[in-house]
Design a protein around this ligand. Sequence first.
Ligand SMILES: Cc1cc2nc3c(=O)[nH]c(=O)nc-3n(C[C@H](O)[C@H](O)[C@H](O)COP(=O)(O)O)c2cc1C
Length: 228
Amino acid sequence: MNIQKILNIILSLALVVLLIKVNTTPRQTAEEPSETIDYTNIPKKNIGNHSQLYPTPTTVIGTTVNGKINWLAIAHIGNIGFDCLAISMHKSHHSNQGIKKNQTLSVNMVSESMMIPADFVGMKSGKDVDKSTVFEYFNGEIENAPMIKSSPITMECRVIDTYDTEHHDNFIVKIENTYVSETVLDENNKIDFNKVKPLLFEMPNRGYYKVGRRVGDAWKEGNKMNQN
Ligand SMILES: Cc1cc2nc3c(=O)[nH]c(=O)nc-3n(C[C@H](O)[C@H](O)[C@H](O)COP(=O)(O)O)c2cc1C
């Protein structure tokens, strides 16, 4: 056997070994947890006083302004207790006029599949554009709180208070009823958020994200704490 043949055999063997290795090395997919990082010893930089409490769920608020349905995207929204929400809306928005008059609104969770129309109603104002037909809607028990048919979780709400700040009307609303698509409920009527696929939002880089995989059990993980 000449030297050229031996070299060819060695090269072929090396290629086979390389291919086997590539196919058996586990690849990190979007579904797998990323490495956890301990920030204890990483220096912190003061970047100012803007809230960085992100990601938040993206929602679309449904209102009626001067008799016409209007939708807008809202991400500055949060739970107060179990049946109330705080919704922070810039005073310049068209929707605020309807909410102040009617004292009612709907909160619609935005699923990944609703990203494009939800972003649209967050880009255009009802002052300039008729957004009334962007979503198919249904009515619940209270007036002027249209709810989005394509949203898996939607709540009809009444304003119970308003916390006024320099640039924002911060509506405190009580949830009167919550409507959930049957396909996202399990046999115990609990919502499976893997099926809801809430669209998450973060302000600093204006990005949308999806929810990752479950990594722990709330009110249980703490039991693993070493308390010695
Ligand atoms: C993803 C996203 C989230 C938003 N969140 C808020 C918010 O929390 N508060 C707010 O005042 N405006 C928010 N906006 C901006 C309003 O949705 C936007 O200015 C809208 O056009 C106002 O509509 P309107 O004038 O018809 O009421 C958001 C926009 C987007 C795209």
